[in-house]
Design a protein around this ligand. Structure first.
Ligand SMILES: [Zn+2]
Ligand SMILES: [Zn+2]
Length: 435
């Protein structure tokens, strides 16, 4: 074979390999990572020029509060995807589900997640249903803040909470709530005295954590079921079903037979997944035995996450509960890809999924970092705070007179401006009583 024939044959072989590789790669890329959607009908066929003055026609992010949900659409927003130690980038576990019928559901409420929820600007009256998969701090730690400070932030609607029964009664959700009230008794007495008490009403729903495919909520066409989880007993996973759409949320668990049986046909399957034990050693400073235990026995290893997703084949798999960084993400994804080749998102805080029968769209939300609470949705009925809470003479006698006079003058100005007749309570009292 002369040189030219050799190079020709080599060229054909290389060309064929390159074609096979690029077709395979392109198909994989289309399948897993990107939904290609033209900006406009025209742009799919021909280049289009954007105006230099009008808004850009494409916004591939979600600006909270700017998109109407379709009657058959589900929107899921990650408000916490990280670890028990929350960080600026990732709060602990929390997923918000919004439905086209107007219902909203919070699944888990780990530390830091209340901040993420409020950044979405949703009135708290609309966020009155919280489902806690288990009572670890990274899944329930922000519930007291959400509950007690809700009325301060204009919530006038009672909160409804669902959580598991206990192996011992004192470990269950009812006892947890009773103890929460006891722990925050002073908070309730002082701050509670100044807010509309309707927002402090609390409905506790404790369910049997061992029940399988157990309906714990059935209202307005929405069904929420629980299946047991494997994470230190009295832990569950949730499956929400509405209009033929299904959302599954593991909370914390090892892959288990109940998840395998009951999440096979879900649209969005959100399951925990850990970084490999090597990272628990190098980044957490854990001992190897500790890292292996936490990363494979207490939680789901990435390969195991991939395996359970391969077995259940959801329309889209979402892994959460790990530090999703530039150096961890490729390692986690590679580990998952050893056992799963379906659609996948590595969750980050403020990741958003729009789910319909036709498609699932993944984007990032752009939250407002300077958000104020939404105004009250109904007229408030605040109590007389000085009557609702009795101050001690000790504190009343400590108010400084000249500062109080300045404050009282401010209130007089306010009364003139707003046509009100508000009397200074605390800053007026000592001088009324002890001239
Ligand atoms: Zn846990
Ligand atoms: Zn956890």
């Amino acid at each position: 074979m002369n040189y030219h024939r050799k190079s020709f044959v080599r060229g054909v072989i290389y060309g064929a390999l390159a074609a096979i590789f690029s077709v395979g790669f392109f198909a994989a890329w289309l399948d897993f990572r990107v939904e290609v959607k033209p900006a406009t009908a025209a742009s799919a066929e021909s280049p289009s020029e954007w105006s230099t003055t009008k808004p850009y026609p494409v916004h591939d992010v979600y600006y909270p509060g700017t998109e109407e949900l379709e009657p058959d659409e589900m929107r899921v927003i990650a408000c916490g995807t990280g670890m028990p130690q929350p960080r600026l980038k990732q709060a602990a576990a929390c997923f918000l589900v919004e439905l086209g019928n107007g219902d909203k559901f919070i699944f888990d409420m780990g530390e830091g997640s209340f901040e993420r929820i409020t950044a979405l600007g949703i009135p708290l009256d609309q966020l009155n249903k919280a489902f806690l998969g288990h009572l670890h701090l990274d899944h329930a730690g922000d519930f007291p803040a959400f509950y007690f400070t809700g009325p301060v932030n204009n919530r006038l609607t009672p909160v409804r909470v669902w959580g598991p029964s206990g192996v011992k009664p004192e470990w269950g959700t009812k006892a947890w709530i009773e103890n929460m009230r006891k722990m925050w008794a002073w908070e309730a007495a002082t701050r509670g005295s100044a807010v509309d008490p309707r927002g402090l009403k609390l409905e506790v729903n404790e369910f049997d954590w061992t029940a399988v495919n157990n309906v714990i909520y059935d209202e307005n066409g929405v069904i929420v079921r629980t299946i047991p989880a494997i994470h230190g007993d009295q832990t569950v996973s949730f499956i929400l079903e509405w209009k033929g759409l299904k959302f599954a949320f593991s909370s914390d668990t090892l892959p288990n037979k109940w998840w395998l049986e009951h999440t096979k046909d879900v649209d969005l399957s959100v399951h925990e997944c850990f970084i490999p034990p090597e990272f628990m050693v190098s980044k957490y400073g854990m001992a190897p035995s500790e890292a292996v235990f936490v990363g494979t026995q207490g939680h789901t290893a990435a390969q195991a996450f991939g395996k359970i997703m391969s077995l259940t084949k959801p329309r889209r798999a979402v892994c959460y509960h790990f530090q999703n960084d530039f150096d961890t993400a490729p390692v986690v994804e590679n580990a998952i890809r050893k056992t799963y080749d379906g659609p996948l998102d590595l969750a980050m805080d403020f990741m958003v999924w729009n789910v319909t029968k036709e498609k699932i769209r993944t984007r990032m939300a752009v939250p407002n970092h300077e958000n104020f609470p939404a105004p009250p949705q109904r007229a408030k009925q605040p109590p007389d705070s000085m009557k609702a809470y009795k101050w001690t003479e000790f504190s009343l006698g400590g108010v400084e007179r000249e500062s109080a006079a300045v404050t009282n003058a401010l209130i007089e100005e306010f009364n003139k401006k707003y046509g009100t007749n508000i009397k200074p309570a605390l800053t007026g009292l000592p001088f009324l009583k002890k001239p």
